[in-house]
Write a protein that binds this ligand. Structure first.
Ligand code: 13P
Length: 244
């Protein structure tokens, strides 16, 4: 279960969250927990998570190692702050910051080269879904974005844009349909290793709907925005009930 805090929380708020959250999940053994705070809070979060099962992720990365790239953050800097993963290709980066498939691919490659796990996001807009393009979009994003990317340390997140921050969750059937399609594409690229790649669902995941989403065969976790900002809410999501 991964928390994407987006542009939320100061350093003090991050510390306060972790002070409450970490003890509340101390008995969790079978769910990997990842939190992605904003850049300014990474180092403080990394310190607070040290020695705990909660892992740190960044929300973005730049592909160069160092130099004259004002405002950018290099892979080694993320490692230095304690990050083990990075989110790449989020629809908000694609939409507001004009990141295309080749930019997303360069970021993913740089992350893997540095030893960071990649949480690779794909997903269609409402227009694209309504015009029957969901599978084409998801296929293109995966085919172009995963060029040269290894299966090890790769997590894919399916986040339908229409479900992000809208309170409109994809139904378990809608999620499973696309997740199964993602798995098929991963099989073509990675063979049997595709079975081990975790495919997260993202888009208005809450403590109320997490159980039914996690009951889907190809839904292996969640990438949670709004509902990850409160410790008790994210802890409830982490402690979802497994339905058979
Ligand atoms: P919400 O959970 O707020 O819909 O955000 C989902 C998301 O974009 C996670 O990356």
């Amino acid at each position: 279960m991964a928390a994407n805090w987006k542009m939320n929380k100061t350093i003090a708020e991050t510390r306060e969250f972790l002070r409450d959250f970490i003890p509340s999940v101390k008995d969790v053994v079978d769910v990997d927990m990842v939190i992605a705070p904003p850049f300014t809070a990474l180092a403080a979060a990394g310190e607070a998570m040290r020695g705990t099962p909660v892992q740190l992720a960044a929300q973005d990365i730049f592909w160069e190692e160092k130099g004259a790239y004002t405002g950018e953050i290099a892979p080694a800097m993320l490692l230095d702050a304690g990050c083990r993963h990075v989110i790449v290709g989020h629809s908000e980066r694609r939409q507001y910051f004009h990141e295309d498939d080749s930019v997303v691919n360069r970021k993913a490659r740089a992350a893997q080269k540095a030893g960071l796990g990649v949480i690779f996001c794909v997903g269609e807009s409402l227009d694209e879904r309504d015009s029957g393009k969901t599978f084409d979009i998801v296929r293109r994003e995966l085919e172009k974005g995963l060029e040269g990317i290894d299966a090890g340390n790769l997590v894919v997140a399916y986040e339908p844009i229409w479900a992000i921050g809208t309170g409109k969750t994809a139904s378990p059937e809608q999620a499973q349909e696309v997740h199964a399609y993602v798995r098929d594409i991963l099989r073509k690229r990675y063979g049997t290793a595709a079975e081990e790649i975790r495919i997260l669902y993202g888009g208005s995941v809450t403590p109320e709907n997490v159980n039914s989403l996690m009951a889907c065969q190809d839904v292996n976790g969640g990438l949670v925005g709004g509902a990850s900002l409160k410790p008790d809410s994210f802890a409830k999501i982490v402690c979802y009930k497994k339905e058979k």
